[in-house]
Write a protein that binds this ligand. Structure first.
Ligand code: AMP
Ligand code: MG
Length: 394
């Protein structure tokens, strides 16, 4: 790979990840469906309500037989919510009925209990009623065949509620891309241990995994290799058994111990420079038929590489909408290096977007304080205060 533009590399990555988009829908239990993307239109298999029922605790009556008030109607029994043999209404009488209980055949209104008095097996009704009052008709919410939810919905609690209400146990959803993360570097240790001189905490593993999950994909493994090609190759072989995509960090630039580059070059991987900052050194490979994106190790480079190259494809594969760039004014003038597209860490303020730090790609705290990346085209070197710039929300 010779020096490439960001656009060219993004196209190359998109082509490499084409297989992510061909996996078929899966049917999963409704209880696991929160946040998943509906893969097909869902039509109701039933009417809702399932049967005509009472909206109130009260008395089921036929409105026509209450002509003069107060009326005294004999109470023939009590109908609770729950499995019952349907009752039959006798004109001029009433059933005591609970919310959600089936209305007796022939009754057409419910008198709320608050509007009644009962004594000696009779209910006293103080005003006339209209047919339909406090009756929930079968199918008044949805009818069999009604389109409940169209494909593409990201399932939230309210969507799951209606699918449960119509009795669905399973739901077709878009498959989530399965992503493995491998970090590399002899200097890396886990949080919880005390770094010896020269060692640092591994932040890219958890950061990349979180980025993957934040974009609707599944993390199948997070592993770490030292700068040893055999160790890295073994982890990669394991990762490709379960993953649709492997992301690696570190070991891709021009130093002496570039474990990713050294391992993958003989396997036909491409390494080179993308005209961007941060994130210049990039690699791509296909190992055991699985695409592998090799990001540089600096924490900001890794995250920006993910945002620019992996996020759009992972979201599209999972059926999620793209993260749309916005246009915002700059709070202050900035300069940018010529020939490279820059992704500057910045935050929104009332005065416009404001850079949070210098360009160093090790400045991981500044990345945390940013809420947007200012996307400066490769050909621009100075931008004025107030000028509109493209920003990518983080
Ligand atoms: P590399 O791309 O391997 O040359 O790493 C570039 C810089 O990023 C070095 O300062 C590494 O120590 C640092 N780095 C690499 N991997 C990680 C990681 N997983 N977590 C934090 N820093 C890292
Ligand atoms: Mg390294």
């Amino acid at each position: 790979m010779t020096a490439r533009s960001v656009e060219d590399h993004a196209r190359h990555v998109a082509a490499l990840l084409a297989a992510l988009h061909t996996r078929s829908a899966e049917d999963i239990p409704l209880g696991d469906a929160l946040g998943r993307v509906l893969a097909a239109d869902v039509h109701s298999p039933v009417d809702l309500p399932l049967f005509r029922n009472s909206q109130m605790d009260g008395y089921a009556v036929d409105a026509a037989s209450i002509t003069a008030v107060p009326a005294f109607l004999p109470v023939r029994g009590v109908i609770a919510a729950g499995p019952v043999t349907p009752a039959t209404h006798v004109p001029g009488t009433a059933y005591r009925i609970m919310t959600g209980a089936p209305i007796p055949d022939g009754a057409d209104a419910v008198v709320p209990v608050e509007d009644t008095e009962t004594a000696d097996g009779e209910v006293r009704i103080v005003r006339t009623r209209e047919a339909g009052e406090f009756v929930r008709e079968r199918g008044s919410d949805v009818q069999t065949g009604t389109l409940l939810l169209a494909a593409g919905h990201i399932l939230a609690a309210r969507h799951i509620a209606v699918l449960a209400a119509v009795g669905l146990q399973r739901v077709p959803v878009r498959p989530r891309p399965r992503v493995a993360v491998i970090t590399t570097g002899a200097e890396l240790v886990d949080a919880g241990s005390t770094p010896r001189p020269g060692e640092i905490f591994d932040s890219n593993g958890i950061a990349l995994a979180s980025s993957v999950r934040a974009n609707g994909a599944e993390v199948v493994s997070i592993t770490r290799s030292g700068d040893d090609t055999a160790e890295f190759r073994t982890l990669l072989a394991e990762a490709t058994t379960t993953a649709d995509l492997v992301l690696t960090s570190g070991g891709v630039s021009m130093g002496d111990f570039e474990v990713v580059r050294d391992t993958l070059t003989p396997l036909g991987a491409e390494f080179g420079h993308v005209a961007m900052q941060p994130g210049g050194p990039q690699g791509t490979a296909v190992v055991d038929g699985v695409p592998v994106l090799n990001f540089p190790g600096n924490p900001v480079s890794t995250l920006v590489s993910f945002e620019v190259f992996a996020r759009p494809e992972i979201r599209r594969a999972g059926g999620l909408p793209p993260t749309e760039p916005e246009e915002l004014p700059l709070a202050a003038a900035i300069t940018s290096i010529p020939g490279k597209r820059q992704f500057l860490r910045a935050r929104r303020t009332d005065a416009g977007v404001e850079l949070v730090s210098g360009p160093g790609s090790h400045l991981v705290a500044a990345m945390a304080w940013a809420d947007v990346l200012v996307d400066v085209p490769a050909n621009l070197t100075t931008l004025d205060a107030g000028q509109l710039v493209k920003v990518i929300p983080l």
